[in-house]
Design a protein. Structure first.
Length: 342
């Protein structure tokens, strides 16, 4: 499938393997628009070969100049899945969906060099529609698109409806409080006291809090805890073998926070890093009745501390748990989706 743009400025083609693009060319494009770890070569290659949502088949829409320079790209995935935002009758129906990006990514981008124009977005939208027709997708489009960023604005400019969904939460560090204590000084007294109290009790109990490279900290307990926690809301969301493969492939871009007590993993957070953000991305907690402190609160305090110590301007804390995150001073950033049926 080929779409030729106005005055032959770019040509959009499709490949099913990121290896055909190459690590250097792909990561240069990622860096050009400050895209996140979710668009990095290693992340995408891992979910291409070991998708977290299964079955899933990756495709990459690639825009090149007549001279062959890669100027824009969009990863999309053909999946057998239910629509996570559907409600009412038929909400549990399983569909052939062609969407960008994976559900586990809360920062869908159309990677590009220079300005993201409405013309370029329209070429990709048309190419995505053609690919959806080729695969007979029952639902297609883009999900988890940041509403305050250029992609959402240009989709609206070309007449594509963008529906608001669940927000993600972040804490700007650059230009804000210099330390965790300064940040906590700006939130409610009761919330501040609870967080500090549980962190102190965890320390006094002998709990060991560590932050190490994912490959070094990974074990079956981490994978089981992530799976079990996610299963309360979305069964099978973090398949252990595939999540483990992703952590291994990300190398230094992944670290794992652990809270261990007497040989038991009580809480964990899989943290992903790119040039400008630390992402507290996935994790889980146990809640033993005999504890006088909360592993969830102790883990969140450790995530905040790691964010301030990361050297990154932004700490990303994902979606869901809205009231808790707002209470602790995180800012909601709206996400949306542009999808069509059939």
């Amino acid at each position: 499938m080929t779409v030729t743009g106005a005055e032959a400025r770019v040509q959009i083609t499709v490949t099913d393997s990121l290896a055909s693009v190459g690590r250097e060319d792909w990561n240069e494009l990622v860096a050009a628009c400050d895209a996140s770890v979710f668009q990095s070569y290693d992340f995408l290659r891992s979910v291409e070969s070991d998708p977290l949502t299964y079955p899933s088949a990756a495709s990459y829409l690639l825009a090149r100049t007549p001279g062959g320079v890669l100027v824009a790209a969009l990863p999309v995935y053909l999946q057998r899945t239910r629509d996570p935002f559907a409600t009412g009758p038929g909400a549990d129906a399983v569909l052939n969906a062609l969407v960008g990006q994976v559900w586990h990514c809360y920062d869908t981008r159309l990677l590009h060099r220079g300005e993201l124009t409405a013309w370029l977005v329209e070429q990709f939208w048309q190419a995505l529609g053609d690919l959806a027709a080729e695969h007979r997708a029952e639902m297609w489009g883009l999900v988890n698109v940041p509403l305050e960023e250029p992609l959402a604005k240009q989709l609206k400019a070309i007449g594509v409806t963008v529906e608001e969904t669940a927000p993600r939460y972040r804490l700007p560090i650059a230009g804000g409080p210099a330390t965790l204590d300064e940040h906590l000084a700006g939130i409610g007294r009761a919330s501040r006291r609870s967080l500090r109290q549980y962190a102190r009790r965890a320390e006094r109990s002998g709990a060991r809090i560590t932050l190490r490279t994912g490959r070094d900290a990974l074990d079956q307990d981490v994978l089981d805890l992530c799976l079990g926690t996610a299963d309360k809301h979305a069964p099978g969301y973090y398949p252990p073998d595939r999540l483990g493969a992703l952590i291994e492939r990300l190398g230094d871009a992944c670290r794992i926070l652990r809270i261990d007590l007497d040989g038991t993993l009580l809480a964990t957070s899989i943290c992903l890093y790119d040039a400008t953000r630390m992402h507290a991305w996935a994790g889980g907690c146990l809640y033993p009745a005999e504890l006088n402190w909360s592993p969830q609160y102790a883990l969140f305090e450790a995530e905040l501390r790691a964010g301030f110590g990361s050297g990154r301007p932004v700490l990303e804390c994902g979606r869901r748990n809205d009231e808790f995150k707002l209470r602790y001073g995180l800012r909601a950033h709206p996400l949306g989706r542009a999808v069509r049926r059939g």
